[in-house]
Design a protein around this ligand. Sequence first.
Ligand code: TEU
Ligand code: CA
Length: 559
Amino acid sequence: MKKRWWHNKTAYQIYPKSFYDSNGDGIGDLRGIIQKLDYLKDLGIGIVWISPIYQSPFIDQGYDISDYYAIDPAFGTMEDMDELLREAKKRDIAIVMDLVVNHCSDQHEWFQKALKDPFGPYGEYFYIREGKDGNPPCNWRSYFGGSVWEPLPGYDNLFYLHMFAKEQPDLNWENPALRQEIYKMIRWWLEKGVAGFRIDAIINIKKDLRFEDFPADREDGMCAATTMLASAHGILDFLMEMKKEAFAPYNAFTIGELFDFDQQELKRYIGEDGCFESIFDFAPHLLGGSDHGWYNRRPVTMDQFRDAVFASKAISQEIGMMANIIENHDEPRGVSRYLPAEGQTEQGKKLLAAISLMSFGLPFIYQGQEIGMTNKTFRSIEEVDDISTLDEYQVALEHGYTGEGALALVAEMSRDNARTPMQWSEEAHGGFTTGTPWLPVNENCQTIHVKEQEPQENSVLSFYKKLIALRTAPEYEEAIVYGSQEPFLEEETDLTAFYRKGQEKTLLILANTCSKSRTITLPAPIKKVLLNNYAAPLKATPNHQIPLQSYQLIILETT
Ligand code: TEU
Ligand code: CA
């Protein structure tokens, strides 16, 4: 594998609205991020991805952009952004922006112009089509519920397409003029000094242009718009063009967010000839999913988590480096989702961290993950902000659940779980703001916060620091960054075990993913114990038998 500067880094995702509020208005901001750069440096972070900070009406929390060249005043000014870039550079931290170009906001001037003149040049920036006698052109359902088609206000029988909310009209990538506008904007930011982009929802840019009905997959007579993606061919032409025209001249770091892509085509997405440098590995996040909605999900075990990770590494490690996450701003907190209730302890949190950071790939830590933040408790649907949760709640009601039952079901998956403010200290609102936070802080903010964990040698935070440091420890870096990932005892239940085999060193990661203790027999002697989530020293027997306690995790050097 051709080496790249980012391979040995650990990345961190900031959800800016909830990271740190510097001026007491209840909304996290750029100056707040600047103030916390030393914290990130100390953690060992080398890349920071910031969710959208562009001007936005915040219908989808900034993923609806009304001006790609402006910072939203809620976050600060362009001067703040320039300062952030300078300060990050001083600390050798690369800043990665969010690139949201499948759609923009309906408040963007392009859409406003399209509204005035749908048959003019800006009408061509969007997918505007005639309906069928006042009904939508086809039966595709948007990600956030309802038809992807919205009547164009002021016109009879004209509709525009939106894969997400109706306030997020999709941009027409078939139009070369639109593509050039996007490349120009990307170059502008790279020119400014951002290191690259996390590329939002990008698989959606290629549509099946026949805009025809598919068989309905729910009682509403619609089919998920994602069904159409399988018959939309040619996305790679767009992506390779974007690479050539915008990313490559700046040697930009690019990481795609894509769920529905053809696994056989992985080498066209990542690796030396791929259109991106990396993509997120969502294999564990797809587990338990249902076409019917969140209310219908199945529980996921740690063994399923393991199998998903192993399967995805088996496919990807020869091709390129995917990014490992346990959570992000769209997913519930990983410790609440993947660990059984009895395992949601400090031990369990450290164990999950180790699986993510020791697997082949670029680890991304989502803000608060490093202190073991958990899902929030929802008392009523009134407490929900997230547009997606509100839709899924309706779906659950339509399927006969009572308000309480529906809430309990969607609460587990709600995107708000990860969006509560970062917990910095025992002060009011977790020390996130001196004002009233835009979204209430998690009730456990008194017990889970940075200030308490920072000085403690055995805290979850300190364990994350050790894991991150291990990735670049001179003796082990090659094995952890480039070594092959090979399963060990994968037929066992409640065990996640794997080797990382480098040219010189071999590491073995052993995670007992249940509360029963057990003994594991190793085929070779232990050379050294590198990390252990229990304080008591490991007692191995002469014939390489290792006792593992409840949710014990150990990282060994072996042969
Ligand atoms: O998400 C894209 C996506 O397909 C899913 O994450 C989906 O939105 C989610 O699971 C629904 O619950 C990206 C962003 O990460 C997300 O925050 C945005 O809402 C979305 O694109 C639209 O920009
Ligand atoms: Ca603020």
